[in-house]
Design a protein around this ligand. Structure first.
Ligand SMILES: [Ca+2]
Ligand SMILES: [Ca+2]
Length: 312
């Protein structure tokens, strides 16, 4: 009995399922890809970033099948409604390519009336409207958008419930962790963890502090490139705009969360709204400037977001 149970657990803990991805994406058989319509408008740069962090790309209508699926998701058939596509000339004005490198000349989608016009010479990003027509727009304006992930033949969904191989399960806390060595400010670090289906790590026990301390130790200073402090990393607490009221990104005080051991002299004086959570290599806490880029820890539950199979 015990052996068979172990076998079943093993079978389900590391899956090599053909065609699996997070369930907040919808699989299209015709386009052989996963799609997610993001309703909250973002500027083009943030749209690209969020799709990328989710393991996808900002969608472009590179085939009739993809265009059909994009229009289905938009679900509006009037020209006033627009989404951003991944087609852009943000590197060199006028040189339009999709994120994946397909040139604009290979995109068989008509232009909207009087477009493209590069109005005021500030338009380097391409929107798709409800009529299925293109228009160039300033990249800084905000639009909804669609993230896209072509179906790979073999996708490894880990025991952490993600295709991201950098998340590792720690049996002591039954949570998964990823250490981002590329430094970001607190806001961008928060975005990265969130887009990956997790959150900036919240320490709920001395054991979890040990887990992070040990993970940090696997990355000595020499493994980081760049000019920033390598003795601390962001984790998920901040002052929420009120001086001294440090709380986790899930709203709990550190005591409620289960761990509030600060380094000697920390937290020290700071300006409200500019104190964000950090952890030293020692495992002790520190409050740091939110806008100074630092490496960071993400934490993820094994079962969120859910993983879905493509229906073939
Ligand atoms: Ca235009
Ligand atoms: Ca935790």
């Amino acid at each position: 009995m015990k052996t068979s149970l172990k076998y079943i657990v093993l079978l389900f803990s590391i899956n090599f399922i053909e065609g699996s991805f997070r369930c907040d994406y919808k699989y299209s058989l015709k386009a052989q890809a996963w799609f997610k319509f993001v309703v909250v408008p973002a500027n083009w740069f943030d749209a690209r970033l969020r799709c990328s962090e989710e393991g996808a790309v900002l969608a472009s209508p590179t085939s009739p099948e993809i265009l059909v699926e994009m229009r289905n998701l938009m679900n509006r058939s009037y020209p006033e409604f627009e989404i951003f596509t991944g087609i852009h000339a943000t590197v060199s004005q006028g040189d339009y390519y999709t994120i994946e490198g397909t040139p604009l000349s290979k995109i068989a989608v008509p232009w909207s009336e009087n477009e493209p016009d590069n109005k005021d010479n500030v338009e380097s990003c391409i929107a798709l409207n409800g009529n299925g027509e293109l228009a160039d727009r300033p990249c800084e304006v905000t639009r909804p958008y669609i993230c896209y992930r072509p179906e790979a033949s073999h996708v490894e969904v880990s025991e952490c419930g993600t295709v991201d191989p950098e998340y590792h399960l720690d049996k002591r806390t039954n949570k998964c962790y990823k250490f981002h060595t590329m430094p970001r400010n607190f806001s961008r670090a928060y975005l990265a963890c969130s887009a990956e289906g997790g959150h900036l790590a919240i320490i709920n026990s001395d054991v979890e502090a040990t887990v992070l301390r040990e993970l940090f130790a696997k990355y000595p200073d020499a493994k980081f490139f760049g000019n920033f402090r390598k003795d601390l990393a962001f984790i998920g607490f901040q002052d929420w705009g009120e001086k001294w009221d440090l709380r986790t990104v899930h709203g709990q005080t550190l005591l409620e969360a289960g761990y509030n051991k600060f380094a000697p002299g920390e937290p020290n004086d700071w300006t409200p709204g500019e104190a964000c959570g950090g952890i030293f290599r020692s495992g002790l806490l520190i409050d740091v400037w939110c806008n100074k880029p630092a490496p960071f820890f993400c934490e993820k539950s094994t079962g969120f977001p859910n993983v879905c199979k493509a229906l073939f």
